[in-house]
Design a protein around this ligand. Structure first.
Ligand code: NI
Length: 258
């Protein structure tokens, strides 16, 4: 059985056929999924999905793209909302210097608030890092110095250095469909060598569908293709990879553990 630790079920392309998406996930052996919040001001839409489907959990957070729109939301508000029984994580938050949709200082402020909320609640922080490896690692190191917090580097697409620094802090690394792309040799190398007890798989649906679904709208059932690819990279049986990543999920996202 597999878990998709990161998808966006609130997006229109998934909502338009949500029953089909859930049925195909079940057929692919995906037993649970976490639908990730990108705007706290729309948290109601996220909790509605998690309340509707028994095997769907959610997070609460502001994507770095939207950081400047939610600077009025403080740590206490994030902590308060995270008490929802299906909310199992904080985020996604972090730094995105590829798009720079939010000013960088707003992204950093948001990132640090989410870290504080993760530290206070003990819920794992789901981190988005794009072309900001050094700053993400430096902030994680500095903030861990003030008090540890659990986290996952989601949709890992960075270099080996960020993986190394994240792992040294006790973090997890999650692989999306990117790892199946021919061009992603560096990500494949991280997936091959990351400690077995620190890896997760995810879709980041509706984005980044893995091979052989590239170009299609991604959905949680496709996490199976990513898991099969990573199993092959690591010379593991698929069942063992599925079991390992699910056990890791239950340890990190303990509020969703079965
Ligand atoms: Ni995402």
């Amino acid at each position: 059985m597999l878990v998709d630790s990161h998808c966006h079920l609130d997006f229109d392309s998934l909502q338009s056929d949500i029953e089909g998406v859930m049925a195909r996930a079940r057929e692919a052996g995906v037993e649970r999924m976490v639908t990730i919040s990108t705007r706290i001001k729309r948290f109601d839409e996220i909790t509605a999905i998690a309340e509707r489907f028994e095997n769907v959990y959610c997070s609460v957070g502001t994507h770095p793209h939207n950081a400047h729109e939610e600077l009025d939301i403080d740590v206490e508000e994030i902590v308060r909302l995270s008490a929802h029984p299906k909310c199992v994580a904080i985020g996604e938050a972090g730094l995105d210097y590829h798009y720079d949709n939010s000013p960088r200082d707003a992204q950093e402020t948001g990132f640090r608030r989410h870290i504080a909320a993760a530290r206070e609640t003990g819920l794992p922080l789901v981190i988005h890092a794009r072309e900001a490896d050094d700053d993400v690692a430096a902030i994680l190191e500095e903030e861990t110095g003030k008090g540890a917090f659990p986290f996952v580097l989601h949709c890992f697409s960075s270099g080996p250095e960020l993986a190394k620094r994240g792992l040294a802090l006790g973090g997890y690394v999650s692989f999306s469909g990117i790892v199946t792309f021919n061009s992603a040799k560096a990500v494949q190398e991280v997936a091959r060598t990351v400690p077995a007890d620190r890896m997760l798989v995810e879709t980041d649906a509706p984005y980044l569908a893995p091979v052989p679904h590239r170009g299609q709208s991604n959905e949680p059932g496709f996490v199976r293709n990513t898991a099969e690819f990573v199993a092959k990279l690591r010379d593991m049986a698929f069942e063992e990879l599925a079991e390992t990543t699910t056990a890791n999920f239950d340890r990190l996202f303990a509020k969703a553990a079965r």
